[in-house]
Design a protein around this ligand. Structure first.
Ligand code: HEM
Ligand code: HEM
Length: 191
């Protein structure tokens, strides 16, 4: 059943400017990290340049972690705008669950990467600066955290596909102003 409280033609309020900026910065960083992560793990052990790429991935991943942490704080302190009017209840609920799972995966990714790197002999450098290790050299724990990292990456990828498919459906099949909610300069911005 469609929501009866708000008609389909009602205006859909947009996210706040900071939420929009954090959404697009974190999404861009995640896309780069996915490309780099899958590419570097496909290289043979000891391949020329692999260590540089892994270090770049770790620094970029930790940079993304800071942006994601900021995003979570902003999200907790400032609610999302009311859902898009005129959708079926199950669509609103599916979007809510997908957003929640996206946030969970965004947090698990850098934490599992950093923990995995804390239990290997190389440790982690953040743009050249050595960071404290949260563990000792233990290949079983390293393997466990990297398995969490790689499985969460697959889940996050599926969620992003579902998320983008939902946006495309609401925007072009249902003809709702969905993408505009995540674009700057919209008049019906949530305060
Ligand atoms: C949001 C942040 C991150 C994303 C989206 C991400 C994504 C990925 C992806 C897609 C892979 C390839 C997985 C596979 O196919 O096995 C990967 C591997 C890896 N990531 Fe990340 N990563 C993130 C953060 C980090 C951080 C912060 C670190 C460490 C400080 C890290 C360290 C690694 C390492 C060492 C590997 C190779 C693991 C292996 O050899 O199995 N990542 N990452
Ligand atoms: C790595 C990629 C992405 C991630 C992790 C991601 C994550 C999220 C999350 C967690 C939300 C909910 C925001 C909140 O309520 O606080 C959201 C909303 C949104 N995203 Fe993304 N997103 C990604 C890519 C995209 C792309 C490529 C598009 C464009 C098609 C997009 C368009 C939107 C829109 C329009 C909303 C608002 C949805 C609504 O009004 O309910 N996102 N995104």
């Amino acid at each position: 059943m469609r929501r009866a409280d708000r008609p389909a033609h009602a205006s859909a309020p947009a996210y706040a400017a900071l939420q929009i900026a954090l959404h697009w910065v974190s999404a861009s960083l995640l896309c780069g990290l996915f490309a780099l992560g899958f590419y570097m793990t496909g290289l043979a052990k000891g391949a020329p340049g692999k260590a540089v790429l892994v270090n770049l991935h770790k620094s970029l991943g930790l940079t993304a972690a800071l942006v994601i942490a900021w995003r979570v704080v902003v999200r907790v302190s400032r609610a999302a705008p009311p859902s898009i009017p005129g959708l079926y209840c199950w669509e609103t609920e599916l979007a809510r669950i997908t957003h929640r799972l996206l946030y969970m995966c965004m947090v698990v990714m850098p934490v599992s990467g950093y923990l995995g790197s804390s239990f290997n002999p190389y440790g982690t450098r953040f743009w050249g600066v050595p960071l404290p290790r949260w563990g000792w050299v233990d290949s079983a724990l390293q393997h466990m955290f990297y398995t969490v990292h790689s499985t969460t990456a697959d889940l996050l990828l599926c969620l992003v596909v579902l998320h983008v498919a939902g946006v495309i459906k609401h925007q072009w099949v249902d003809a709702r102003r969905c993408v505009q909610r995540m674009l700057p300069g919209q008049r019906t911005r949530a305060l």
